[in-house]
Design a protein around this ligand. Structure first.
Ligand SMILES: [Zn+2]
Length: 90
């Protein structure tokens, strides 16, 4: 079973749709029981969608890529995920 702290590491691949199906299934099982992680996944997904929807004249592609790799890096930083989850869920 995946723990909350594992979710952050998998989230980028999950949202990109490139996560291995067995792991994806475990992640979805975790989400089914964990409102805190669901809240984060939704926020994360919105952030990614938003950064992808921004048109090039609004934000240069280079910056979009930087933003996305920044988010990805952050998710792999120890403690970031749990800090963010705590902030979102109280
Ligand atoms: Zn969780």
């Amino acid at each position: 079973m995946l723990k909350c702290r594992d979710i952050g590491q998998l989230l980028y691949d999950y949202v990109e749709g490139v996560l291995d199906p067995p792991i994806r299934q475990q992640l979805e099982q975790h989400l089914a029981d964990c409102p805190g992680c669901i809240a984060f996944v939704n926020t994360y997904r919105q952030t990614i969608t938003l950064s992808k929807e921004l048109r090039e004249e609004e934000i240069p592609q280079e910056l979009q890529q930087k933003l996305q790799s920044f988010i990805k890096e952050k998710l792999h930083e120890p403690g970031f995920w749990s800090r963010l989850r705590t902030r979102l869920t109280g």
